[in-house]
Design a binder for this molecule. Sequence first.
Ligand SMILES: Cc1cc2nc3c(=O)[nH]c(=O)nc-3n(C[C@H](O)[C@H](O)[C@H](O)COP(=O)(O)OP(=O)(O)OC[C@H]3O[C@@H](n4cnc5c(N)ncnc54)[C@H](O)[C@@H]3O)c2cc1C
Length: 351
Amino acid sequence: MSMAPRILIIGQGLAGTALAWRLWERGVPFVIADRDEPLTCSKVAAGLITPITGMRLTVSWRYEMFYREALRFYRDCGRRLKQRFFFPRGYVRLLKDDKELAKWEKRRRDPDMPPFLHRNAPQLDADVIHDPQNGFQQRHAAWLDTTAFLQASRCFFEPLDAWIKSNVQPEDVQDDADGVTWNDRRFSHVIWAQGWSAAKHPLFDWMPFQSALGTILTVKAGLCGEKRIVNRGCWLLPRNDGTLRAGSTYEWTFDDPNTPSPGQVRNLESALRSLIKAPAEIITAQTAVRPIIKGRQALVGTHPAHPRVAFMNGLGSKGSLRAPWLAHHLVGHLLDGAKMEAAFDLQENTV
Ligand SMILES: Cc1cc2nc3c(=O)[nH]c(=O)nc-3n(C[C@H](O)[C@H](O)[C@H](O)COP(=O)(O)OP(=O)(O)OC[C@H]3O[C@@H](n4cnc5c(N)ncnc54)[C@H](O)[C@@H]3O)c2cc1C
């Protein structure tokens, strides 16, 4: 007889936390084992959730589907934990030159654009922002206070004996046909949600990980009450505690996961100073690695040869947006045998 569901989650980033809440909602017992590192991708992230992104100025893939689920999920978690982490915000994208302006003139006519475009021009304060004209304002954008969300979730799960500090080694987790054993404890499944470190896991090292180092600045600067996220060259997020965050960089080769190259920090600082007029004092620069799987939006599912071993990873720069939907999808698959969507299914994306 197969054992009742009882799940081991390795890693408490945005992926592991979303999985834990999905299991909690279903009343399924679980344990999260996390290394408790001070700087991880999810702890450093800005938590921006943005419909129209990148150089291409297109609507992010399946945005509506992911956003609807994220909105519901974070609000539910906020109610349970009696704390707010999720803040819908206006998002102003300023266009940097004539070429980008011409591109936007075409893109704004795309049929999927209208729900995400604010009717009014952004009207930024020219005393605060350099060259505030030539931009548009997005709707259905938000930011997630990732640090507060992870911390409050941990404080909720730890007294339930559902959170353990541990650096889990792959060889210490043994699976067989009926379940998984770790530390003399028996589970029905293990889900590895360990971010970029999965590239070194012997069951997953065949995946084309192409993770990227990213740096964010925390800044003090007076923005005269501006609360919207503003982007040109870099994005600027005014937070509720009066500080701003500005970011972020991408470095494809790196030695240390928490140390940026000085050139990247200089570039970010100069992008910030060409965006805002107010004097800006840099308080900290934080760096971590985004887990990216080349050519995939994210992957979830069970290992092709180890049906008790599951995986959720490759959230790239969209972990806040996508983790709630993906966790729901994977948990539905593990508990109910729901069919996986091919685009995200680990087994459909083996190379
Ligand atoms: C600079 C920067 C800016 C970003 N900005 C945004 C943004 O604005 N919006 C957005 O949505 N996303 C953003 N991201 C990306 C986002 O943070 C990621 O998509 C997300 O954090 C990935 O979450 P994860 O849980 O998969 O991985 P991680 O956050 O890396 O979590 C993995 C966890 O597993 C633990 N772990 C690993 N191995 C083990 C082991 N063997 N045993 C026990 N524990 C283990 C780690 O300690 C960690 O706690 C940003 C990332 C960076 C670096």
